[in-house]
Each structure stands twice: as C-alpha cells, then as structure tokens.
Design a protein around this ligand. Structure first.
Ligand SMILES: [Zn+2]
Length: 280
C-alpha cells in the first residue's frame, strides 16, 4: 500500500511546506494560501474498519494494530509480543496503520465500562424497578464538569446512556456503592475479588483519560476478568484497549483526539431530511 501512496504523500509534503498559493478560487477571488495535511482517522471500530477498508472486527484477524488471531485473545503474552512488534516496526513517511486510531470514548466508556456492567455483571432489572443501591445516585454531589448518570441505571426504562454518563456511573457512583457494599470487613471473598477487578477497570480508564498514564491497570483488569468470569470470553474491544497506549504515544493524551467533540455532528447529520437513497 505504501508504494502506491508514496507519490501522493510526497505531493502532500510540498503542500504543507512551502504550501501552495491559489491566485483565484470560488470563495476567495483575491487568492488564498493553502496548507494540506493528513489527519488521523478517529471513529468507533465498525466505522473505522469500513472507512479504512480493513477487515471487520468479527473476523479471525480482528485487530488492525497487530496480527493476533481471535483464538489467542486470552493469551496476554502474545498480546504484548505482537504489540511490541507493531510499535518497533520501521515506518516511512506515511504508515496508514498508525493513522487509524482507536477512539478512547468508544473503546473505554461505551466499550469496556458498559460491557462490564451490562454483559459481564448483567446489571439489569426486569421488574421495572430501579436496582437496589441506585436510588442514592441522584443525591451524590458531582463537580459541574461531570455528567449526572441516570439514577435508574440498570432498569428497563433507563433510556440511552451517554458515554460521559457511563464514565460518571463507573468512576464515581458505583465505586462509592460497591466499596461500601463489598469492601467492608466481613464481606465475602468473592465480592472482594469482584470489587478489585472492577476497581482495576476504573483505574485503567481513569489513567487512560488523564495527562499522565499507566499501562499496568488494563492488564490487571483483563487478567482478573478472565480468572473471575471464565465464561465471558474477551472481546476484540478488550484487546484493543491494550493498544490505546500506543495511540497515546503517537498523539498525546486521549482528550486531545477522542470523539467527544465530533459526536454532536452525528445527531445533526442523523436528523437531516434525506430522500433515503444513498448518493442521490
Ligand atoms: Zn492487537
């Protein structure tokens, strides 16, 4: 692929430095200076695979960062070996693989956190009632920059829970609740293990969304998850979380390139009137 893209990349480099001056354009009759730049592709995993023409994440080679097979998804040593190979691989002007970025918002908040509560813990209620312990959520005072999680989280009528609401629920409300329920003296050993596993996930997400970071906690979480819930097979999203650190080394802290600022445009585009026919 790189051989085909070389001419394009070389021309783009000239468009960046020294750049190009157009003497006349439709919107600038007096001319304008134009810089071209390649930007990384940032979106959720299904969209990323389609836009970049990669194989879907349900395929055997599910990872776009390394060549791990789905049969090896619980083999963490192989994760590390392949991730290290990927990071150390020589690159030229353009490495298309390193411009297809894993979005932290979808991977962590709508991926790992939501999956842990909904699919692994099965924190849902069919009785139409708010689950026990959730009632105090709307009495918790939060900093103004945090989104309030729905106090009926886990009930059938909770509605759509946004990414930042999953973050608040997991990093604040549920930590308070489960430390109180499972972390006190005399609580069952199994409950303490569930709590340690959940806190490892919360710390991994916390560190992945701060200015400084840690690679340790996501590995701790995945190791303990496989041990505690052997029937809940790891998903591609779990493996991709281990690649976040490489994206952070390339592009800096996650809040500089995550999808939060772009998401409102999805709503605007989704509500636009169309004739229902693509491209017409
Ligand atoms: Zn991988």
């Amino acid at each position: 692929m790189n051989h085909f893209l070389h001419p394009l990349v070389n021309e783009l480099l000239q468009f960046w430095d020294p750049s190009c001056y157009f003497s006349h354009t439709a919107t600038c009759p007096a001319g304008c200076l134009v810089h071209y730049v390649l930007i990384p592709l940032i979106c959720d995993v299904p969209a990323l695979r389609k836009v970049a023409s990669f194989m879907g994440h349900s395929g055997h080679s599910f990872c776009s960062f390394c060549c791990l097979q789905d049969s090896d998804i619980t083999n963490f040593d192989e994760h590390v070996r392949l991730a290290t190979m990927w990071w150390d691989a020589p690159t030229e002007n353009l490495d298309i693989m390193k411009y297809t970025i894993l979005d932290a918002m979808h991977n962590l908040f709508l991926g790992d956190l939501k999956r842990h509560l909904v699919n692994i813990w099965r924190m849902t209620s069919t009785a139409g009632k708010t689950p026990k312990g959730m009632i105090d959520m709307n009495q918790t005072m939060l900093p103004s920059w945090m989104a309030q999680a729905p106090c009926n989280l886990g009930s059938p009528n909770q509605g759509y829970v946004k990414a930042d609401q999953w973050q608040t629920a997991c990093e604040v409300n549920l930590v308070i609740m489960f430390v109180w329920l499972w972390g006190r003296l005399g609580s069952k050993q199994a409950h303490r293990a569930y709590l340690a596993n959940f806190l490892a996930l919360v710390m991994a997400v916390h560190w992945a969304t701060k200015q400084s970071t840690s690679e340790l906690h996501m590995k701790l979480y995945l190791h303990s998850l496989v041990r505690l819930f052997p029937l809940s097979v790891l998903k591609p999203n779990h493996h991709l979380s281990l690649h976040l650190v490489e994206c952070m080394r390339l592009f800096g802290p996650t809040h500089g390139w995550w999808a939060f600022p772009f998401e409102p445009y999805n709503g605007i585009l989704g509500s636009a009137n169309t004739n229902g026919k693509e491209g017409v």
